[in-house]
Design a protein around this ligand. Sequence first.
Ligand SMILES: Cc1cc2nc3c(=O)[nH]c(=O)nc-3n(C[C@H](O)[C@H](O)[C@H](O)COP(=O)(O)OP(=O)(O)OC[C@H]3O[C@@H](n4cnc5c(N)ncnc54)[C@H](O)[C@@H]3O)c2cc1C
Length: 386
Amino acid sequence: MGAGPAGARAAWVLARHGARVTIFDASHPREKPCGGGVTGRALALVADAIDATSCARTPIHTARFVRLRAGGASARESATVDLDRGALVVASRAAFDAALLHAAQQAGAALEPARVTDLRVDAEGVTLETRHGRRRADVVIGADGANSLVRRRVAEPFRRDQLSIATGFFAHGVTSTEIVIAFVADPPGYIWSFPRPGHLAIGICAEATAGCSSEALRARTAEWIRATAIAPGARLEPYAWPIPSLAVRDAHELTVAGSRWLLAGDAAGLVDPITREGIYFALASGQWAAESLLRDGFASSYSSRVAEEAGRELGRAARFKAGFFRPAFINVLMRALQQSAGVRAVMADLIAGRQGYADLKWRLLKTFEIGLAWRALTSRSSRPAL
Ligand SMILES: Cc1cc2nc3c(=O)[nH]c(=O)nc-3n(C[C@H](O)[C@H](O)[C@H](O)COP(=O)(O)OP(=O)(O)OC[C@H]3O[C@@H](n4cnc5c(N)ncnc54)[C@H](O)[C@@H]3O)c2cc1C
């Protein structure tokens, strides 16, 4: 249920292996509030189903990191990281998701363009209510996003402290081949600008419990757009959307499957809390859900696979997060990005989804510039956790 990356990927895998699949989603064609950054690893995963080069997308050549002080960005505080070809594209989610859905339909999945208004799971199967009537299925994959109805019916909805609010603007009429990441101290995180074909997706994200309203965050983004003149003459279309943002313990105790139901993608909480990469995890978990069902008709191996291949990594990211956005670390990082090709290479790999969190800290500390600056910093002050 849901034809985003998670649902479309699950349907494609299942249908290709002869399973009878119906996708429920009334939203297409649609744009999704999203940066649209699709990493090299996500592109590689779907290369067997779609030709991502034929979707509307912007190949990204550079990532510019900026440290914001009061009054906006200054050139002295920015550093540019070159990205390999294919490390990151920024896709129109309308086009990327449509291509995934089309591939699933070509493989034999049926699309029922209806919103599911309710569902009930019993020992024999699942009953789904739609405005076209009642439908019965053996199993449901809840791939219906951060506000998942399936999740609310079969498990607990996300608590507020498990969600971030992302908000900002689509700046129509302006684009680029560069992503911009502007670190902000309060709330700790960054403003991003991701260039899609025909517009920039500009946004900011904060924990839902951080005490910042969506309006205040959006106003801050608007002020950044004005101060940096990044989108001259653009028509600004506002958006706001939740992103799951799990803490360490939540990432280690994911609720993703039970009798006759599985949760994938955002519905399962699978988003990197630092980079906000969710598309890869949605695609991968959709695939794991399908493979688990194909193996034994139920979801027996799915939970352990998600825990091993996603939960552990998301837990590491969650542990890393507080230290990562601390002003002391951002100071060190910005200086090192300006001076060190080694640090720029680590960040390029992080952006491309090639750098895991297990050795991120050590790879950074091993670089001369970060190692030196970090030692100086930690010998002068109480040791900031990273
Ligand atoms: C502002 C923002 C920026 C982001 N930037 C990035 C980024 O640059 N790169 C990245 O990798 N990730 C990014 N993410 C995260 C990414 O958007 C999600 O992780 C990803 O879309 C999850 O895919 P999904 O298939 O699980 O869910 P979704 O893409 O949300 O798809 C869910 C689908 O289910 C449908 N649906 C919902 N309810 C029902 C219902 N009751 N009945 C039927 N259908 C239903 C919806 O219409 C939708 O089509 C960003 C998120 C936000 C909010």
